[in-house]
Design a protein around this ligand. Structure first.
Ligand code: APR
Length: 252
């Protein structure tokens, strides 16, 4: 893959780097994306039946069964070279923050130390009534559903569902970084789900360097400073090797 000298310079000089990611960054770890034609979850399941508060209230067993299935898929998933390359950006000495839409926890598993989870985390449970976090070993009721140990309320997966607001602090940090980061990566996202999908545009409008990594075109192609058309697992390690031939720790 060829990288423009301006791209490599911008990356080497960056003091603050934000890395906005979506399901595509975990695709090479065997975690299905949402919208890829055949393999995407939403090509096989109906989001409105599984990823909305109304769906959960209507049929919590079916929703829990689906999240347990996704947890099984993710339990054995390992970070891939894209996650590892993103984590190694921290060795450059720049301030690096990952802003992820992914709920799989793979960025932290790869060693990223500052990860903002915009859509929650699939390993967290949350009480529908008192909002207390579950402790992962919740008692089950007669229907086999996990119950809150504080109030007895129903526990739900700690992810953000359609129609719900993003965690406030997470969103504030993301919006702030879109205006502050010298370099704003946009990796493996179709950029179709708001408000997160507008972050790269906010960075662009703030005059920042936006680098999109995706094998497919997205709405950000037009505004991105650089577009790397390829899989993140190949593009990210190659980009870091080109920017820092001696390894990221060699940055002055
Ligand atoms: N490397 C980089 N990008 C990839 C790869 C890869 N190996 N494989 C697929 N992609 C790209 C696809 O081309 C697509 O643009 O990743 C994107 C995945 O898009 P979606 O499936 O729509 O996932 P995402 O953008 O993360 O969805 C956003 O929607 O369903 C909700 O809450 C869910 O967080 C999710 C949000």
């Amino acid at each position: 893959m060829h990288f423009a000298p301006e791209l490599l310079d911008a990356l080497r000089q960056a003091r603050v780097i934000a890395v906005f990611t979506g399901a595509g960054v975990s695709a090479e770890s065997g975690v299905p994306t949402f919208r890829d034609a055949q393999t995407g979850l939403w090509a096989r399941y109906r989001a409105e039946e599984l990823a909305t508060p109304a769906a959960f209230r209507r049929d919590p067993q079916t929703v829990w069964k689906w999240y347990e299935w996704r947890r099984d898929l993710m339990r054995n998933a390992l970070p891939n070279p894209a996650h590892l390359a993103i984590a190694s950006l921290e060795k450059t000495g720049a301030e690096v923050t990952v802003l992820t839409q992914n709920v799989d926890g793979l960025h932290r598993k790869a060693g990223s130390t500052d990860v903002v989870e915009l859509h929650g985390n699939i390993w967290d449970d949350l009480c529908l009534e008192c909002r207390a976090p579950g402790d992962g070993d919740a008692p089950r009721d007669g229907a086999g559903l996990p119950r809150c140990t504080h109030c007895g309320g129903l526990l739900r997966p700690g992810v953000v569902w359609f129609g719900e607001s993003l965690p406030e602090q997470a969103w504030q940090r993301a919006a702030e970084l879109a205006g502050k980061a010298d370099v704003f990566f946009c990796i493996g996202t179709s950029s179709l789900v708001e408000p997160a999908a507008s972050l790269p545009l906010q960075a662009h409008d703030s005059g920042k360097t936006v680098i999109q990594v995706n094998p497919e075109a997205t709405r950000h192609d037009a505004s991105a400073s650089f577009v790397l058309r390829g899989k993140a697992g190949a593009a990210m390690p190659a980009l870091l090797r080109a920017a820092w031939p001696g390894g990221p720790a060699s940055s002055p």
